[in-house]
Write a protein that binds this ligand. Structure first.
Ligand code: HEC
Length: 102
Protein backbone atom coordinates (compact mmCIF):
# COMPACT_ATOMS: atom_id res chain seq x y z
CA UNK A 1 0.00 0.00 0.00
CA UNK A 2 2.73 2.40 0.96
CA UNK A 3 4.65 1.47 -2.14
CA UNK A 4 1.55 2.17 -4.21
CA UNK A 5 1.11 5.57 -2.61
CA UNK A 6 4.70 6.48 -3.26
CA UNK A 7 4.38 5.44 -6.90
CA UNK A 8 1.24 7.52 -7.30
CA UNK A 9 2.86 10.49 -5.63
CA UNK A 10 5.98 10.19 -7.75
CA UNK A 11 3.90 9.95 -10.92
CA UNK A 12 1.93 13.02 -9.89
CA UNK A 13 5.12 14.91 -9.24
CA UNK A 14 6.57 13.90 -12.60
CA UNK A 15 3.38 15.06 -14.31
CA UNK A 16 3.47 18.33 -12.44
CA UNK A 17 7.00 18.91 -13.62
CA UNK A 18 6.15 17.94 -17.18
CA UNK A 19 3.54 20.70 -17.38
CA UNK A 20 5.59 23.40 -19.05
CA UNK A 21 6.95 25.62 -16.33
CA UNK A 22 7.26 27.85 -19.36
CA UNK A 23 9.99 28.06 -21.90
CA UNK A 24 11.50 31.50 -21.46
CA UNK A 25 9.50 33.96 -23.52
CA UNK A 26 11.04 36.50 -25.85
CA UNK A 27 9.31 39.85 -25.35
CA UNK A 28 10.32 41.27 -28.76
CA UNK A 29 9.04 38.20 -30.61
CA UNK A 30 5.91 38.32 -28.49
CA UNK A 31 5.27 41.93 -29.47
CA UNK A 32 5.16 40.96 -33.16
CA UNK A 33 2.83 38.03 -32.53
CA UNK A 34 0.58 40.16 -30.35
CA UNK A 35 -0.33 42.29 -33.37
CA UNK A 36 -2.94 39.60 -34.02
CA UNK A 37 -4.40 40.02 -30.55
CA UNK A 38 -4.54 43.78 -30.20
CA UNK A 39 -7.60 44.14 -32.41
CA UNK A 40 -9.64 42.57 -29.65
CA UNK A 41 -7.58 42.95 -26.49
CA UNK A 42 -6.42 46.48 -27.24
CA UNK A 43 -3.05 47.83 -28.31
CA UNK A 44 -1.84 47.88 -24.72
CA UNK A 45 -3.69 44.69 -23.78
CA UNK A 46 -6.10 46.83 -21.81
CA UNK A 47 -9.16 44.92 -22.94
CA UNK A 48 -12.22 46.21 -24.78
CA UNK A 49 -15.83 45.39 -24.16
CA UNK A 50 -16.24 41.64 -23.97
CA UNK A 51 -12.53 41.11 -24.54
CA UNK A 52 -10.78 40.79 -21.18
CA UNK A 53 -7.58 42.71 -20.41
CA UNK A 54 -4.42 40.64 -20.78
CA UNK A 55 -1.79 43.26 -19.89
CA UNK A 56 0.13 42.38 -16.76
CA UNK A 57 -1.26 38.85 -16.76
CA UNK A 58 0.98 36.28 -15.09
CA UNK A 59 2.98 34.62 -17.88
CA UNK A 60 2.35 31.05 -16.69
CA UNK A 61 -1.38 31.69 -16.38
CA UNK A 62 -1.41 33.29 -19.81
CA UNK A 63 0.35 30.32 -21.45
CA UNK A 64 -2.04 27.96 -19.70
CA UNK A 65 -5.05 29.91 -20.98
CA UNK A 66 -3.73 29.86 -24.56
CA UNK A 67 -2.99 26.13 -24.37
CA UNK A 68 -6.47 25.50 -23.04
CA UNK A 69 -8.02 27.34 -25.98
CA UNK A 70 -5.79 25.42 -28.37
CA UNK A 71 -6.70 22.07 -26.84
CA UNK A 72 -10.35 22.98 -26.56
CA UNK A 73 -10.32 22.72 -22.75
CA UNK A 74 -11.48 26.34 -22.87
CA UNK A 75 -14.14 26.74 -25.46
CA UNK A 76 -14.37 30.11 -27.17
CA UNK A 77 -14.45 30.31 -30.97
CA UNK A 78 -12.59 33.58 -31.49
CA UNK A 79 -9.84 32.62 -29.08
CA UNK A 80 -9.56 29.08 -30.40
CA UNK A 81 -9.09 30.49 -33.91
CA UNK A 82 -6.52 32.99 -32.65
CA UNK A 83 -4.29 30.40 -31.01
CA UNK A 84 -4.73 27.51 -33.48
CA UNK A 85 -1.41 28.17 -35.21
CA UNK A 86 0.63 29.25 -32.21
CA UNK A 87 3.52 27.05 -31.10
CA UNK A 88 4.45 26.63 -27.44
CA UNK A 89 7.30 29.08 -28.02
CA UNK A 90 4.91 31.61 -29.60
CA UNK A 91 2.66 31.36 -26.54
CA UNK A 92 5.60 31.83 -24.19
CA UNK A 93 6.72 34.88 -26.19
CA UNK A 94 3.27 36.46 -26.19
CA UNK A 95 2.85 35.76 -22.48
CA UNK A 96 6.23 37.35 -21.74
CA UNK A 97 5.26 40.41 -23.77
CA UNK A 98 1.97 40.97 -21.94
CA UNK A 99 3.43 40.06 -18.55
CA UNK A 100 5.97 42.86 -19.00
CA UNK A 101 3.11 45.37 -19.36
CA UNK A 102 1.54 47.11 -16.47
C1 HEC B 1 -11.67 38.15 -32.11
C2 HEC B 1 -11.27 38.74 -30.84
C3 HEC B 1 -10.07 38.14 -30.13
C4 HEC B 1 -8.80 37.93 -30.62
C5 HEC B 1 -8.27 38.19 -32.04
C6 HEC B 1 -8.01 37.42 -29.52
N1 HEC B 1 -8.79 37.33 -28.40
FE1 HEC B 1 -8.17 36.64 -26.58
N2 HEC B 1 -10.09 36.70 -25.91
C7 HEC B 1 -11.16 37.20 -26.59
C8 HEC B 1 -12.38 37.00 -25.81
C9 HEC B 1 -13.78 37.41 -26.19
C10 HEC B 1 -11.96 36.33 -24.63
C11 HEC B 1 -12.84 35.80 -23.49
C12 HEC B 1 -13.15 34.37 -23.87
C13 HEC B 1 -13.74 33.51 -22.79
O1 HEC B 1 -14.72 33.93 -22.20
O2 HEC B 1 -13.18 32.41 -22.57
C14 HEC B 1 -10.52 36.17 -24.72
C15 HEC B 1 -9.74 35.59 -23.73
C16 HEC B 1 -8.36 35.59 -23.73
C17 HEC B 1 -7.53 35.15 -22.63
C18 HEC B 1 -8.01 34.64 -21.29
C19 HEC B 1 -8.03 35.79 -20.33
C20 HEC B 1 -8.33 35.35 -18.93
O3 HEC B 1 -8.32 36.24 -18.06
O4 HEC B 1 -8.60 34.17 -18.67
C21 HEC B 1 -6.23 35.31 -23.02
C22 HEC B 1 -5.00 35.02 -22.20
C23 HEC B 1 -6.25 35.85 -24.36
N3 HEC B 1 -7.56 36.01 -24.76
C24 HEC B 1 -5.14 36.15 -25.09
C25 HEC B 1 -5.16 36.40 -26.47
C26 HEC B 1 -4.00 36.42 -27.32
C27 HEC B 1 -2.57 36.22 -26.82
C28 HEC B 1 -4.42 36.66 -28.58
C29 HEC B 1 -3.60 36.73 -29.86
C30 HEC B 1 -2.85 35.54 -30.19
C31 HEC B 1 -5.86 36.82 -28.52
N4 HEC B 1 -6.27 36.64 -27.22
C32 HEC B 1 -6.67 37.11 -29.62
C33 HEC B 1 -11.13 37.80 -27.85
C34 HEC B 1 -10.05 37.75 -28.72
Amino acid sequence: MLKYLITVLAAGLALGLAVPAGAAGDVAAGEKLAAKCSGCHGKAGEGKGKNPPVAGMDAAAHVKALQDYKSGARDHKAMMRSVAKLSDQDMADIAAYYAAMK
